[in-house]
Ligand binder design. Structure first.
Ligand code: BG6
Length: 507
C-alpha cells in the first residue's frame, strides 16, 4: 500500500470552548476517544472542556461518558479504556465573553507544560455559536494566552459568516490575532472517507484523467438528501436556510474536488489553490437568470417511515409564514477549458425520501450505435456513481451483454464497496479532521479565500431569494423528492435526478 504521509503527533492540549455543548458530545469527544483507542493520540495529551456551567471534573467526565456511549461509532466504551482516556480530561468553568476569565486557562496551560516538561501544541476549539468565534480569539489575545506560530492553532466551526460581508469581517478579526497557517475552518464534508478518496480516484488512476472533461462527461449531479427535518435547530435554521446551511459550504466543496485541476503535490496550499480556481471559474448567475438556474422549496407535513411529521412552518421556533428554504437546487457552470458546456446540478433538502449523499458523473453516449435495433435506442450511457453516505461505494455503470444466444445489453456495476456492512470501521469525518489539526495539516480545512469565494458565488441567489419571496411555500411534501420546480430545472435540459439507490437500472 502506498503510504503518502506519516501522521506525526506531538504533545497536545485541547481547549474546547463549548465543552458541554451538543457538538462536543456528539462529534468531538467520540472522535477524540476513537483516536485514543486507535493509538493516534500522543502520550501527553490533555483535554480541557470549558463552558459557563459549574461542575467538577468527575461530573464532566460522566456527562461525556454518557455521550460517547451513545454517539461513538464503536459503540459502548470499555471501563478500563474510558478510565485511561478520561484521566486526560478536566473541566474549567469560564465566561467566554470576559477576557479576565481567560487567565485561568493560562495558568492551566503553564501547569501542564511544567508537568510534561516540554512545549506542547495548543489547540483552541471554538465549538460555540458563531457570534462567539471572534470574541474568543480576541480574549485569547487580551489574556495573552499561548499563541505561537508553529504550535498554536484555532479550530473554527461552521457556519463561517452568514454572508460575504460577515465572513470577510470574521476573517479580518481572526487574522489580526492568528496567522492563516494557524486557522482551521471546519467543513466536515471534506473529512468524509469517500470524499477524500475522490482525490485518489482522480489522481492515482491514469484512466480517469483522459475521461474527466467536456469531451466525455455529459453532466454531473451532486445530491445531499436528508430525511430529517430541522428538529430542535429551528432558531438557527430559520435565519440560515438550506442554501447557506449546505450549499455554500458542503456542496460547493464537493464541486471543487470533482472539477479541480490536478495539483502538483498534496501540499495544503497547492490543493486549496486548485479548489479556489474552480470557485473563481464558476459562472456568476445574473439576477435575471436566477429563476431559470435554481429551484427552492419548503416541506409540508407528511409521513416518514410510518410516523407523521409536521410541516416546516409548524416546527419549533419557526414563523408560521416562514419563507425559509429547506430545499435548494442549482444549475452551475465552470467556465474553463475542461468543463465548458458541462452543467453541474446540485440539490439538497430536508425531509426528503432518503438520506443519501452522492456524486454522479454521467458520461456521453457512444458516438455510433452498432447494437440496437431502431426501436430500443442507443445503449445506456456510462455513469460513475460516488456514494458518500450511507453507502460508501464507488460504482462504474457499464453496458454488458446479457448471457444468452442473442446480443442483448444491460447495465452492470463495477463496484468498489468500502466496508460493506461494517461501516463502523470507517473513521468519522471528525476523527480525520481532528487528527489533521493535531498534526498541523490544513489540506482538509477551508482557507479564508475559499470561504469568501464560495460566499461570493451564492450571494446573488441569497439576495434575490430574500427580495423575491417564494409564493408557493410549502411546495413539497415530507417523504417526497422535493418540489416540482426542481424536477423542471433539470428536465428542461433533457435529464432527470437520479434518486439513489439506483441499482442496475436501465432508465
Ligand atoms: C450540517 C448542517 O453542516 O450538515 C445540517 O448544518 C446537516 O443541517 C448536516 O444536517 C449534514 O451532515 P451529514 O454529515 O449528516 O451529511
Amino acid at each position: 500500500m502506498a503510504k503518502i504521509s506519516n501522521k506525526k503527533t506531538q504533545s497536545t492540549i485541547f481547549l474546547i470552548f463549548g465543552g458541554t455543548g451538543d457538538l462536543t458530545k456528539r462529534k468531538i469527544m467520540p472522535a477524540l476517544y476513537n483516536l485514543f483507542l486507535d493509538n493516534w493520540l500522543p502520550e501527553n495529551f490533555a483535554i480541557i472542556g470549558s463552558s459557563s456551567s459549574e461542575m467538577s471534573d468527575d461530573k464532566y467526565r460522566n456527562e461525556l461518558l454518557t455521550a460517547v456511549n451513545q454517539f461513538s461509532r464503536k459503540g459502548k466504551t470499555k471501563k478500563e479504556d474510558w478510565a485511561k482516556f478520561s484521566s486526560h480530561i478536566s473541566f474549567q468553568s469560564a465566561d467566554i465573553t470576559d477576557s479576565s476569565a481567560f487567565d485561568c486557562f493560562g495558568s492551566q496551560i503553564e501547569k501542564i507544560k511544567k508537568e510534561w516538561n516540554e512545549t506542547p501544541s495548543i489547540i483552541y476549539y471554538c465549538a460555540v455559536a458563531p457570534q462567539f468565534f471572534s470574541i474568543i480569539a480576541e480574549n485569547i489575545a487580551k489574556a495573552k494566552l499561548e499563541n505561537d506560530l508553529k504550535t498554536t492553532r484555532i479550530i473554527i466551526e461552521k457556519p463561517f459568516g452568514s454572508d460575504l460581508e460577515s465572513a470577510k469581517e470574521l476573517n479580518k478579526k481572526l487574522l489580526c490575532i492568528f496567522d492563516e497557517t494557524q486557522i482551521y475552518r471546519i467543513d466536515h464534508y471534506l473529512g468524509k472517507e469517500v470524499v477524500q478518496n475522490i482525490m485518489a480516484l482522480r489522481f492515482a488512476n491514469a484512466i480517469m484523467e483522459p475521461l474527466w472533461n467536456r469531451n466525455h462527461v455529459e453532466h454531473i449531479q451532486i445530491s445531499v438528501t436528508e430525511q430529517i427535518g430541522v428538529g430542535n435547530r429551528g432558531k438557527y435554521f430559520e435565519s440560515a436556510g438550506v442554501l447557506r446551511d449546505m450549499i455554500q459550504n458542503h456542496l460547493l466543496q464537493l464541486v471543487c474536488i470533482i472539477a479541480m485541476e490536478p495539483p502538483i503535490n498534496l501540499d495544503a496550499d497547492e490543493v486549496r489553490d486548485r479548489k479556489v480556481d474552480v470557485l473563481k471559474a464558476m459562472r456568476r448567475i445574473a439576477p435575471g437568470k436566477i429563476d431559470a438556474m435554481s429551484a427552492r422549496g419548503q416541506y409540508s407535513s407528511g409521513w416518514i417511515e410510518g410516523k407523521e411529521v409536521v410541516g416546516y412552518r409548524k416546527e419549533k421556533n419557526i414563523a408560521p409564514e416562514s419563507n425559509t428554504d429547506t430545499y435548494a437546487a442549482l444549475k452551475l457552470h465552470v467556465d474553463n477549458w475542461r468543463w465548458q458546456g458541462v452543467p453541474f446540478y446540485l440539490r439538497t433538502g430536508k425531509r426528503l425520501s432518503k438520506t443519501a449523499s452522492s456524486i454522479i458523473i454521467q458520461f456521453k453516449e457512444v458516438p455510433h450505435n452498432i447494437f440496437a435495433p431502431e426501436e430500443s435506442g442507443p445503449p445506456q450511457k456510462n455513469r460513475l456513481v460516488i456514494n458518500i453516505q450511507p453507502d460508501m461505494a464507488i460504482k462504474f455503470q457499464l453496458q454488458s451483454k446479457v448471457a444468452g444466444l442473442e446480443m442483448n445489453l444491460n447495465t452492470v456495476d463495477i463496484v468498489f464497496d468500502y466496508f460493506g456492512n461494517k461501516k463502523s470501521e470507517s473513521p468519522e469525518a471528525y476523527e480525520t479532521l481532528l487528527l489533521d489539526a493535531i498534526t498541523g495539516d490544513q489540506t482538509l480545512f477551508m482557507r479564508a479565500d475559499q470561504v469568501e469565494a464560495a460566499w461570493e458565488l451564492i450571494m446573488p441567489i441569497l439576495n434575490y431569494w430574500e427580495k423575491n419571496k417564494a409564493q408557493d411555500f410549502p411546495n413539497y411534501a415530507a417523504d417526497s423528492w422535493g418540489p416540482e420546480n426542481a424536477e423542471a430545472l433539470i428536465a428542461k435540459d433533457g435529464y432527470h435526478w437520479f434518486n439513489l439507490p439506483e441499482k442496475n437500472k436501465n432508465d
